[in-house]
Design a binder for this molecule. Structure first.
Ligand SMILES: [Zn+2]
Length: 347
């Protein structure tokens, strides 16, 4: 497995609307894997391959949750606008990178407006902070900050991908792991029996926006969104609330709050996995959405589902995936691309 490529993808900064660094990697990798690569006005990268057979659109979002600089204070501290759903409880004592117009990446401390713990009263200590109270300190005087940082600069979490036991952890596994899956499945698949449009989408984390326009222009018969999903198989919840479990295989999504996957596509995917002995699990996610939600409803609708990589600690800086689940997702997607026309999806 090409962990170096996944590491490059995960460590690249790219909040919604500012996916350019990830986009460059995707375009570089797609060359040679597909027949043509185009980029639309939103920034979606569309790689097309094969002809004849049903048109299958894959959608893997490139963006990560992050921040824009909203305001530079007189003392040089940076106030933030979140883009995507952060959990304030996970933002304590973090380092971030501020990506300036001049192309610098300034390291900073992300913290919230409070006194050092020694100085807090009991009631102050028990108060949980709002996300709007967080700010960034880049360790420079106000004049230097104002010269380099401006409103609208992108701020991302400062974390690297590391191999831990049987797993990989990083910021932005959601959803660079699926961008990686899409590329590796194209690399792995034998002769295609369908026309594939592999789309690295933008702005998923703020409402599935890029997939909406890409699905309109691609106009697929079949849509497969690729994303991470919750694996809450760790202390904190019950077994029934786990959604998926890492190490148990790729997750075939039955539903989340954005999509109810096509029942016959689910069956087809499940049969392929069973036939080839690819580890898989069925997933129901009570809350949360994926590009599948907008993809399914493009134009007159299409046969659609989401294939997920089980992920612990989603939307933290240590999103954890299991190598086995990653491989299973690549294997099943590649197999599907070889067998797409065999599906009978008539209802
Ligand atoms: Zn995602």
């Amino acid at each position: 497995m090409n962990v170096a490529l996944l590491k490059e993808l995960a460590e690249a900064p790219g909040i919604p609307g500012r996916e350019e660094r990830v986009r460059d990697i995707v375009r570089r990798e797609m060359k040679g894997l597909v027949d043509s690569v185009t980029t639309d006005a939103m920034g979606n990268v569309i790689g097309r391959k094969g002809s004849g057979g049903p048109r299958v659109m894959l959608a893997a979002h490139m963006d990560e949750i992050g921040f824009f600089v909203r305001h530079v204070e007189d003392k040089g501290f940076l106030r933030l606008q979140t883009v995507g759903g952060f959990d304030a409880r996970q933002l304590f004592a973090q380092r971030v990178l501020v990506h300036t117009r001049k192309g610098e990446s300034l390291r900073g401390v992300l913290t919230y407006a409070t006194k050092p713990t020694h100085l807090l009263s009991d009631s102050e200590r028990n108060k949980s902070p709002e996300i709007t109270e967080f700010f960034v300190d880049v360790g420079m005087g106000a004049d230097a900050v104002k010269e380099r940082v401006s409103v609208g600069d992108m701020v991302t979490m400062d974390r690297t991908l590391e191999e831990v036991g049987d797993c990989l952890i990083s910021k932005s596994m959601d959803n660079r792991v699926s961008v990686f899956v899409m590329l590796e499945a194209l690399r792995k698949a034998g002769p295609l029996s369908c026309e594939v449009a592999a789309v690295a989408t933008v702005q998923e984390e703020v409402g599935l926006r890029g997939a909406q326009t890409a699905a309109f222009s691609v106009d697929p018969a079949i849509g497969i969104a690729l994303d991470t999903t919750i694996a809450a198989d760790h202390p904190g919840g019950t077994d029934a609330e786990a959604v998926t479990r890492i190490g148990q295989g790729t997750a075939i999504k039955i539903m989340d709050s954005s999509i109810i996957s096509h029942p016959k596509l689910i069956d087809h995917m499940r049969s392929l996995a069973e036939g080839a002995g690819i580890p898989h699990q069925m997933e129901i996610l009570p809350r949360g959405g994926t590009d599948g939600g907008t993809l399914q409803r493009a134009r007159g609708g299409n046969v659609c589902m989401t294939l997920s990589v089980p992920t612990r600690y989603v939307h933290t800086v240590n999103e954890m995936i299991h190598r086995k689940d990653l491989q299973a997702t690549i294997d099943l997607l590649a197999l599907y691309l070889e067998h797409a026309p065999e599906g009978d999806y008539a209802l």
